[in-house]
Design a protein around this ligand. Structure first.
Ligand code: CMP
Length: 323
């Protein structure tokens, strides 16, 4: 059985980030024209001496009906950033969120402004647009939809808003304040994004994606470890997971017409497998076996379709689509 450590052993050994520590926003988000200034004038980590400690966290409670709470929980379970919270943390976040409704054509976030909240979308769509300084033109960099969060960068990296966000339909949104986000979600999200940033950039399949898209993949990734000679996938079984090999080596073996399984492929770090069953809805077409102790990053079917769906042609063309 895989050891689904979901990053814990790596994270526990690292020191906890302080809420007020400024994590650097990845350079590649500071575009276009490099106009982004990192760090908010209004917050200073150094301002908190022993005599001036930040206040302990006090849960924010925004009253809401049971129906609203149910709708909100359902929305958060669709969001990669929030769906993995434990029940206690989920209750705190649900308690603190505020419902916001708007019509199409409303600017909810303005590039360059300070930001103290993020939104998770229950219903509707919005466009994130970055202003090209030299021409003044606004370029759409992402369309966000139900289950997506936006406005998280200003909170994760304590920097001004990196984009404008405009509604393109009637929307139902849930707004979360900075203090609750910092206390419950931020440290884990920053660590996950930083941990995977360099590796995902080195994965040939993903290096054409923009840095923001890759950071969103980090939110959805899980880690599994396997001992040498264990089977990661079994030929003939149904498949619901996509794998990227992070560390170690693996082989694929395949049996034709009930004959002995023969090796048909070798995998090294950065290679991926498990895509075929997700693209074709057919059972696994080969076994994949760890040839050394190894670690893989996994995406479930929903995350694979949502995040790597646009790369389907590339995925089909860059391997023989084995498993
Ligand atoms: P934030 O900078 O707080 O406010 C604008 C939001 O737009 C940002 O957080 C992200 O949630 C979202 N966004 C979507 N795509 C991008 C992108 N390519 N670069 C920066 N922000 C983006």
């Amino acid at each position: 059985m895989p050891d689904k450590d979901e990053d814990k052993d790596d994270e526990e050994s690292e020191e906890d980030n302080d809420d007020d520590e400024l994590d650097e926003m990845p350079e590649s988000f500071k575009k276009p024209d490099g106009q982004m200034k990192v760090g908010r004038a209004s917050v200073s980590a150094e301002a908190f001496g022993a005599w001036n400690k930040p206040k302990p966290f006090e849960p924010v409670i925004v009253p809401k009906s049971d129906v609203q709470k149910e709708r909100l929980k359902e929305t958060l379970l669709k969001s990669f950033m929030f769906s993995q919270l434990d029940t206690n943390d989920m209750d705190i976040v649900v308690g603190a969120m505020k419902e916001v409704q708007c019509e199409a054509g409303v600017r909810l976030i303005t590039q360059g402004e300070d930001g103290d909240f993020l939104f998770v979308i229950e219903d509707g769509t919005l466009e994130c647009k970055i202003k090209v300084q030299s021409t003044g033109e606004e370029k759409v960099v992402k369309t966000v939809e139900p289950g997506d969060a936006f406005g998280e960068l200003a909170l994760l990296y304590n920097c001004p808003r990196a984009a404008n966000v405009d509604s393109t339909s009637k929307c139902v949104l849930w707004q979360l304040d900075r203090a609750t986000f910092n206390h419950i979600v931020r440290d884990a999200a920053v660590k996950r994004r930083e941990r995977y940033e360099a590796f995902l950039q080195s994965v040939p399949l993903l290096n054409q994606m923009d840095a923001y898209e890759r950071s969103q993949i980090s939110d959805a990734l899980k880690t599994e470890k396997y001992d040498k000679d264990t089977y990661i996938l079994n030929q003939g079984e149904p498949g619901n997971t996509f794998y990227i090999l992070e560390e170690g080596n693996a082989i694929a073996t395949k049996s034709v017409d009930g004959g002995d399984a023969e090796m048909v492929m070798e995998y090294k770090p950065g290679d991926f497998f498990g895509e075929r069953a997700l693209l074709t809805d057919e059972p696994r077409a080969a076994n994949v076996i760890a040839s050394t102790p190894l670690r893989v990053l996994t995406l479930d079917r929903r995350s694979f379709k949502k995040m790597l769906g646009p790369l389907e042609e590339q995925i089909r063309s860059c391997t023989p689509c084995l498993v």
